[in-house]
Design a protein around this ligand. Structure first.
Ligand code: G16
Length: 544
C-alpha cells in the first residue's frame, strides 16, 4: 500500500478552544483542513509508532468521512493499531474508557459536543492522551504551533474501510479493529453501580423515568444499559437513535434545549426521574418530578451521597470543580474533611488531579459531572449515580435536594449566556472589566460590598503549569459571586457567560426562584460590566 506525502499550506485558525477544534462543517471540508490538523496532532506526539489509537465520534455529519481520513493517516504515520467504534460511534466517555482499558497511546474524538450538527452546522476534533483525558494545554499549544508551520501530511492510498462490521482488517501494516461501541462502557458502569438495586427501582410499579438522548450518541448506550441490562420498560429511552443532524435540534441538555423532556417533567403525572445528555454523551441534566437539579447542586449531592455507591465505597480522595461552578460542593467537602480544588473551565484541568490520586469526583456548572472512572465528564454515569442514590434512599429527587440544602445551605445559582455577540463588542466588555478590577475592592453596590475582584489564574498543583485569564471574578463580602468569561467552544461570534451565585443558609428562604433570589446581583452584573450597553442585548439568550 502506497504512503504518499501531500504538500499543504497552514491555516491560521486551528487553535483548539476549551475542548478541541470546533468549526462549521464547511470549514472542515476545505481541502487539507482536517488533514493538516490531524498531521499536526501526530507531529506533536512522541513515541506512538506501533502503538494503539482509539477513534470514534458522536455520529454527527462528517463523522464517517473524517474517520476514514484519520485511519489512513494513522496508518501512514506508523500507528500499529486503531480501535474504532462500530459505525464510527463512541461517546466521549466511552472513548475515554476504551483508551484506558486497552492502554492505548491516545485517541481522537470527533464531536462538537452540544453544538448542533449537519452539513451547515458544527463539527469538531480533539485529541485525548493515554490517561483517557483531553490533551492538556501544553499538548494543544504544541498542536496549534504545528498547524502554523505545517507543509505536508502523510496518508495511505486505500479504499474506505467498512466501519459497520465488527472485526479486524488491515490498512498497510496497521490493524484496524471495529469494536462494539457500548460493551466496554457498559461493563464499566456495571462495576461502579449497584445494578440489582437500580433494576428493582426501574421495574417497580410506582417508579417511572424518561431518558432523552436528544437524537445523539447516548441512545445506544442508554438503551443497552437501561432497557437491556437494567430491565427498564422499553420506551424509557426516547430519541435514542443518533442522527447526523440530531433531528435538527440543539443536543444540549438544559432547560431551554431539552424542552420536550422539561415539558414532560413539569407536566401532570410527570415521571419520578428525568434525564438528558448531549451530542457526545459527556453532559447530563437531572430532573425530578416538577423539579430541576442545577448541575452544581447535582455535584454536591453526588459527593454527599458517594458512600451509597459501590464505585466510591473506598472513600473519596478529594473533589474538584471549575471556577464558575457554584461553591455548593465546597461545603460538602469541608464537612467531609476532604480537599476541594478549583480549576479553570474545561475538563482537561481535572486530569492531573485524578492521575495524582487527589480527586475522585468532579464537575462543572455546564451540566458536566464525573469521576476518576474515566478522564472525561460522563452524562450517563451521572444518571446511574442518581438512580443508585434514589434506589437506596427511596426518596424523591426533590426531597433529596431539599434535605441537602437544609444541611448545607442553598447556593442559589444561575448562568446567563449572551450568544452571538459581535466579537469586538465582547472583547471590549472584557477589556473594560479587567481595567476596573483594581478599583472594585471595597466598593458597595446596594446590599453588596466587593471583597475581591480578579482575573482567575490557576497553577496546576501537580505539574506547576500556569493558566491565566480564566475568567473575571467578583466576590462579595457575604460570599456571593459574579463571574464573567467568554466561551471557548463557540464557532461564530462570541458568547458571553455571566455566572451568578449567592448563599442562603436559612431553610425558610431556600424556595425562591433563583432569578428572584439573584435579582440584585443580576443588576449589579450589568452595572459593573455594562452588558446591555456593550453587547446590544437586552436579555440573555439562554438562562440556566
Ligand atoms: C463550555 C463549558 C465548559 C465545558 C466546555 C466543554 O465551555 O462552559 O464548562 O468544559 O464547554 O464541554 P463539552 O466538552 O461538553 O463541549 P465554554 O468555553 O464554551 O464556556
Amino acid at each position: 500500500m502506497n504512503i504518499i506525502t501531500v504538500s499543504t499550506q497552514p491555516f491560521n485558525d486551528q487553535k483548539p478552544g476549551t475542548s478541541g477544534l470546533r468549526k462549521r462543517v464547511p470549514v472542515f471540508q476545505q481541502r487539507n483542513y482536517l488533514e493538516n490538523f490531524v498531521q499536526s496532532i501526530f507531529d506533536s506526539l512522541d513515541g506512538y509508532e506501533g502503538q494503539t489509537l482509539v477513534v470514534g465520534g458522536d455520529g454527527r455529519y462528517y463523522n464517517r468521512t473524517a474517520i476514514q481520513v484519520i485511519l489512513k493517516m494513522a496508518a501512514a504515520n506508523g500507528f500499529g493499531k486503531v480501535l474504532v467504534g462500530q459505525g464510527g460511534i463512541l461517546s466521549t466517555p466511552a472513548a475515554s474508557c476504551v483508551i484506558r482499558k486497552y492502554n492505548a497511546f491516545g485517541g481522537i474524538i470527533l464531536s462538537a459536543s452540544h453544538n448542533p450538527g449537519g452539513p451547515d452546522a458544527d463539527f469538531g476534533i480533539k485529541y485525548n492522551i493515554g490517561n483517557g483525558g483531553p490533551a492538556p494545554e501544553k499538548v494543544t499549544d504544541a498542536i496549534y504551533d504545528r498547524t502554523l508551520t505545517i507543509e505536508g501530511y502523510k496518508i495511505v492510498e486505500a479504499t474506505d474501510l467498512d466501519l459497520d462490521q465488527l472485526g479486524t482488517s488491515t490498512l498497510g501494516s496497521m490493524t484496524v479493529e471495529v469494536i462494539d461501541s457500548v460493551t466496554d462502557y457498559a461493563e464499566l458502569m456495571q462495576s461502579l453501580f449497584d445494578f440489582e438495586a437500580i433494576k428493582a427501582l426501574l421495574t417497580s410499579n410506582d417508579f417511572k423515568m424518561c431518558m432523552d438522548s436528544l437524537h445523539a450518541v447516548t441512545g445506544p448506550y442508554a438503551k443497552t444499559i437501561l432497557e437491556g441490562m437494567l430491565s427498564a420498560p422499553v420506551g424509557t429511552v426516547v430519541n435514542g437513535v443518533p442522527l447526523e443532524d440530531f433531528g435538527g435540534g440543539h443536543p444540549d441538555p438544559n432547560l431551554v434545549y431539552a424542552h420536550d423532556l422539561v415539558e414532560l417533567m413539569f407536566g401532570d403525572n410527570a415521571p419520578a426521574f428525568g434525564a438528558a445528555s448531549d451530542g457526545d454523551g459527556d453532559r447530563n441534566m437531572i430532573l425530578g418530578s416538577n423539579f430541576f437539579v442545577t448541575p452544581s447542586d447535582s455535584l454536591a449531592v453526588i459527593v454527599a451521597n458517594a458512600n451509597l455507591v459501590k464505585g466510591c465505597k473506598g472513600g473519596i480522595a478529594g473533589v474538584a470543580r471549575s471556577m464558575p461552578t457554584s461553591e455548593a460542593v465546597d461545603r460538602v467537602a469541608e464537612k467531609m474533611g476532604i480537599d476541594c480544588y478549583e480549576t479553570p473551565t474545561g475538563w482537561k484541568f481535572f486530569g492531573n488531579l485524578m492521575d495524582a490520586g487527589k480527586v475522585t469526583l468532579c464537575g462543572e456548572e455546564s451540566f458536566g459531572t464525573g469521576s476518576n472512572h474515566v478522564r472525561e465528564k460522563d452524562g450517563l454515569w451521572a444518571v446511574f449515580f442518581w438512580l443508585n442514590i434514589l434506589a437506596v434512599r427511596k426518596q424523591s429527587v426533590e426531597e433529596i435536594v431539599k434535605e441537602h440544602w437544609s444541611i448545607y445551605g442553598r447556593n442559589y445559582y444561575s448562568r446567563h449566556d449572551y450568544e452571538g455577540v459581535e466579537s469586538d463588542r465582547a472583547d471590549k466588555l472584557i477589556t473594560e472589566l479587567r481595567a476596573k478590577l483594581a478599583s472594585l475592592k471595597g466598593q458597595k453596590f446596594g446590599n453588596y460590598e466587593v471583597d475581591y475582584a480578579d482575573d482567575f489564574s490557576y497553577t496546576d498543583p501537580i505539574d506547576g503549569s500556569i493558566s491565566q485569564k480564566q475568567g473575571v471574578r467578583i466576590g462579595f463580602t457575604d460570599g456571593s459571586r459574579i463571574v464573567f468569561r467568554l466561551s471557548g467552544t463557540g464557532t461564530s461570534g462570541a458568547t458571553l457567560r455571566v455566572y451568578l451565585e449567592s448563599y442562603e443558609p436559612d431553610s425558610s428562604k431556600q424556595n425562591l426562584d433563583p432569578q428572584v433570589a439573584l435579582g440584585e446581583l443580576i443588576n449589579i452584573a450589568d452595572e459593573i460590566a455594562q452588558i446591555k450597553a456593550l453587547t446590544g442585548f437586552d436579555v440573555p439568550t439562554v438562562i440556566t
